[in-house]
Design a binder for this molecule. Structure first.
Ligand code: SAM
Ligand code: SF4
Length: 326
């Protein structure tokens, strides 16, 4: 379905849980998340039902995210159920990679096509500082496993924060020389009201590029499949690519083809917007599929042409990233 700005909305991001086994300082408070109980969170059969309805209005791609999707018991059952929906042609996941290696074979058997790993540092101590608890070797093992399995494209999401990991930009770029990895540098976004946020922590795309260009020349690269908002470049003889997701300095809303379903069953047409449609309640009230499809249409019709996150540092944005589904 096309929205009012001629964008073809065919991609649904589903947050399957608020919970996570890490506590990245920009995403989740140290004490963890509020307990919604079983009734507050969409059950897998409800997610599958909503994905099926979403296909009626043109959704063809699904990404599972969270929170951390792999902390969900039986996540492979959900993947298998979604994979059985004939109109869905792509199922992807965004994960922190802590649990992926041990589950990779069954995830793929269930129907997972692609995976994005979030990794903000290649240094054990910095990684531990950012995530408050993670073991980086588990993430490395997961990336190796995905490479061994021939999963493609494999994207690495790296949130760049001034004074924390901006000194590692070149190390991340180096990985794309010898490995078919697509490193995407993400501008740090003030989503939620965590005390960690400060405007001077944002390291912009221009600053990142300048850092890279002191060592490497960047050439335009073909877009990496997956419909993401990143723009891609490559270094000479690199077999991977370097991408930029610059929500703050250069919003990418013109290419946005996605809507989002939160773990508590709210449909959102914009990551940064405040508007939500309560599909969990609609399911509870046994609303029929035509009416549910109409609710999806309403979200798409009301999708804003762009976000205004950069005006006011997310002061209005109380929902943290783990609550929306990054
Ligand atoms: N737990 C999974 C993971 O970390 O990949 C999936 C959920 S996480 C919320 C999805 C992505 O959002 C991660 O790549 C994370 O780095 C990014 N993210 C979370 N909070 C962010 C923020 N404030 N600014 C920029 N990116 C953020
Ligand atoms: Fe967990 Fe992902 Fe948020 Fe980190 S970014 S706390 S891994 S949900």
């Amino acid at each position: 379905m096309f929205d009012n700005y001629a964008r073809n909305i065919n991609y649904l991001r589903v947050s399957v849980t608020n919970r996570c086994n890490l506590r990245c300082k920009y995403c989740m408070p140290e004490e963890g998340v509020e307990d919604h109980g079983h009734d507050g969170i969409l059950r897998f059969e409800e997610i599958e039902h909503l994905v099926r309805v979403a296909t009626q209005i043109g959704v063809r791609k699904v990404r599972l995210t969270g929170g951390e999707p792999l902390v969900c018991k039986n996540i492979t059952n959900l993947i298998a159920d979604i994979a059985r929906i004939p109109q869905i042609d792509d199922i992807a996941m965004t994960t922190n990679g802590i649990l992926f290696a041990d589950m990779a074979d069954e995830l793929r058997r269930a129907g997972l096509n692609r995976v994005n790993f979030s990794l903000d540092s290649l240094n054990q101590e910095t990684f531990r500082y950012i995530t408050s608890r993670g073991d980086i070797n588990r993430v490395f093992r997961s990336i190796d496993k995905a490479l061994d399995m021939g999963m493609a494209p494999i994207k690495i999401n790296t949130v760049v924060m001034k004074g924390i990991n901006d000194n590692e930009i070149i190390d991340f770029v180096k990985m794309t020389k010898t490995m078919p990895l697509h490193v995407r540098f993400i501008e740090f976004m003030p989503i939620g009201d965590l005390p960690f946020f400060k405007t001077d922590q944002v390291f912009t795309e221009t600053e990142i590029k300048k850092t890279i260009e002191q060592k490497y020349e960047l050439h335009n690269a073909a877009m990496v499949s997956g419909n993401g908002p990143a723009r891609y470049f490559a270094i000479k003889d690199g077999i991977g690519t370097v991408g930029f997701i610059s929500a703050m300095s250069n919003h990418f809303c013109g290419q946005c083809n996605r809507i989002r379903l939160t773990a508590d069953g709210k449909l959102r047409s914009c990551l940064f917007g405040k508007q939500e449609i309560n599909l969990k309640l609609a399911l509870h009230n046994r609303v029929n599929d035509d009416k549910l499809a109409e609710m999806f249409c309403k979200a798409i019709r009301e999708k804003p042409n762009r976000h205004h996150m950069d005006e006011g540092w997310g002061a209005d944005n109380r929902r943290k990233m783990y609550q929306i589904g990054g």
